[in-house]
Write a protein of this length. Sequence first.
Length: 320
Amino acid sequence: MNKNYIVTNLIDEMKERIPHGQNLANYLADTLCMGKESVYRRLRGEVAFTFDEIAMISCNFGISIDQIIGNHLPNRATFDVNLLLSPDLFKSYNEIIEHYLQVFNFVKGDSSTEIYTASNTIPFTLYSSYEYLSKFRLCRWMYQYEKIKTPNSLAEMQVQEKIVAAHNELSNSMKRCGKTYFIWDTDIFHSLVKEIKYFAELNLISANDGIHLKEELLQLLTELERLSVKGQFNNGHEASIYLSNINFEATYSYITKKDFQISLFRVYSINFMDSQNPHICQMQKDWIQSLKRHSTLISGSGEAQRIAFLERQRRIIETL
C-alpha cells in the first residue's frame, strides 16, 4: 500500500467529518497548530503526516486509524477502548460522553442512518436527560473507583453544566437518526432497579433520592409506552422495539450510514469499546440481526405482548 493511497483516504475521511462550512486547510491549521503552507504540503503528499499529527487528527475527527491504513487482515482488528487518562473522574466522564456525542452528531439527520442496539439494561441514551437517573449512573460508576463515600445524596451531587448539557444533547441526537432498532430483554428494568436498592442499602443514595428515582423510572416507562405504541419518536423518526425470546449477556450496538459504520460493545459500566473494522461491523450486524429473528416486535403491533411487557416493568419499578 503506497503513501498516496493512505493520504487520499485520510483526506476523504476528514472531508466527511469536517464541520459544515469549514475549510479543511484552515481547520487542520488550527487543529495541528501549524501554518497553512505546511498543511497544504501535507495535503498534497509532499510531506508525510507524523504519527502525532495522525493521532491528533484521529482524536479530533473521530477517524479510525485502522480504517485509514487498511488493516483488514484476517483475524485482526483494532478496537478503541477509550481509556480514562485523567485523574479527574468528572473530566474523564465528560470525555467519554463527548466521544459518543461526536459519533451521534456525525450520523444524525441523515436518512440513511440506522442504529441497532441489543440491550439487557435500559440504554443510557433513553434516560440521559433525566436528572436523578443520570446522576445515579454517574454515582454508581464513581463508587467503583472509590470516589463516593457514605452517606451520600444525589440531590446534593454537583454535576457540571457541560455534562448536563452533553446528557441532553446525547438524548436528542440519538432521536434524530434515521431509524432505530431496539432489542430488549423482557426484564430490562430489573438490573437498574436492583442496583438502586443495593445503593440504598449501602446508604449511597438517600430515601428521598429513591423516591425521585422511582418517579423518573415511571416517567421513563410512560415515555417508552408512547414510543412503543407509535413506533416513532416525537420528531417522527422511526423506532422499532423488539423483545428477545433468548438471553444475551451484554449490550451490543451497531451504527451505520452511507460510507460509515461502527460497532460498540458496552464495558466498564458506562463505557463502550468500539471498532470500525468492516469484518467486526459485519459480525456485529449479523449477531444483532440473529437476535432480532428470535424476538417479538411490540412497537406498532404486538399489543398483547406490549401490554404484558409494560405491566411487568411497572411491577419491577413498584418494588422500590
